[in-house]
Design a binder for this molecule. Structure first.
Ligand code: SIN
Length: 332
């Protein structure tokens, strides 16, 4: 592999976390700065040339549109820079799937863009951070990673942004899974094996990166949830219900009590975009005949938090036609 030039954008997370003692369970995310991290990485004798920039140093529970915007600008500049071959973003695992998906929907796919995190802080016994990072370097150094959208490296597995989801709160094995596709490649510090060809049909960005991110609440359905919840959520979190959207984390295949369905159908008839996702981890929500009658959209394979990202981006791009919205969820 020839020596590639990679830009590393650091945002914090457990990968930059410190416990202060190898055996302690509690720790603080976002403690190690990018310069220290790159010095530690380079001391391993990696082939790639790494330069870094500290975008933030936070727990990813505090990442949202402001940091997405900084990442988007920095990555866009790096994609235009002939001296940079690939981009790595270090990120907390809690919301990595959301950042990866937001960037995947808005960036071109001409260079590798790889998110990486860790489940254990850097000074914990058995820390996974540096191994995951070295794996990410291998992926971002491979020109064949372009054309696959934003990728997430966790463990020795590479996941596509649209599929990646955090499924465990502890442990390094299988903390992330890809759904509906599993992993798209296997990676170790010494090897990278892709499963299949790049899948993106065109190099361009699919949507314009939003300057303003519309608010989209998630209604979590549960046994006995009341229709009154809908109005309270929409009143509190939708700036203009006739031009906003809501995602339902439904039971089973995106279901909810009849009274909730009726209230959402009423609001949909006034312009609210209603997306049915599932609270079930691997919940596929297909379009049903009732969706046409109720004016709702099926989230298909996107979980509620990712359905929320896609809906925000669609609304910000003035995509309001129900067929166009459903098409975006059918092929995210
Ligand atoms: C975070 O998401 O920043 C903390 C948890 C983690 O990175 O695993």
């Amino acid at each position: 592999m020839s020596r590639s030039n990679l830009l590393v954008l650091a945002t914090g997370g457990t990968i930059a976390g410190i416990a202060g003692h190898a055996m302690r369970q509690d720790y603080r995310a976002g403690q190690i700065g990018i310069d220290q991290w790159l010095a530690d990485a380079q001391s391993l004798g990696m082939e790639a040339r790494l330069t870094g920039r500290q975008i933030a140093n936070v727990d990813s529970k505090d990442i949202g549109p402001a940091i997405w915007s900084e990442l988007y600008e920095a990555i866009t500049d790096a994609i235009a820079d002939d001296a940079i071959d690939g981009i790595i973003v270090t990120h907390g695992t809690d919301t990595a799937e959301e950042t990866a998906f937001a960037l995947d929907l808005t960036l071109p796919v001409t260079k590798p863009v790889v998110l990486v995190g860790a489940m254990r802080p850097a000074d914990a016994v058995g820390s996974d951070g540096m191994r995951n990072f070295v794996n990410a370097v291998r992926v971002a150094s491979d020109p064949d990673a372009a054309g696959r959208g934003v990728l997430l490296v966790m463990g020795d597995r590479v996941l596509a942004a649209r599929d990646a989801r955090k499924v465990r709160t502890r442990g390094t094995d299988d903390a992330f899974r890809g759904f509906p596709r599993g992993g798209v490649a296997l990676v170790t510090p010494g090897a990278l094996e892709w499963f299949g060809r790049p899948w993106r049909e065109s190099d361009g960005a699919r949507f314009t990166f939003p300057r303003e991110w519309p608010r989209v609440p998630i209604l979590y359905a549960a046994a006995g949830v009341e229709a009154a919840m809908v109005g309270r959520l929409v009143d509190a979190h939708c700036d203009d219900p006739a031009a906003s959207g809501i995602v339902v984390a439904g039971v089973g295949e995106g279901n909810m009590p009849e009274s909730v369905t009726a209230e959402l159908a009423r609001l949909a008839s006034e312009g609210l975009v209603v997306v049915r996702a599932s609270r079930v981890d691997e919940g596929l929500v297909d379009r049903e005949p009732e969706d046409a009658a109720n004016g709702s959209i099926a989230a298909r394979a996107l979980n509620p938090q990712k359905a929320r990202i896609l809906l925000k981006i669609l609304l910000a791009n003035a995509v309001r036609d129900p067929e166009a919205i459903q098409a975006a969820f059918d092929d995210p």
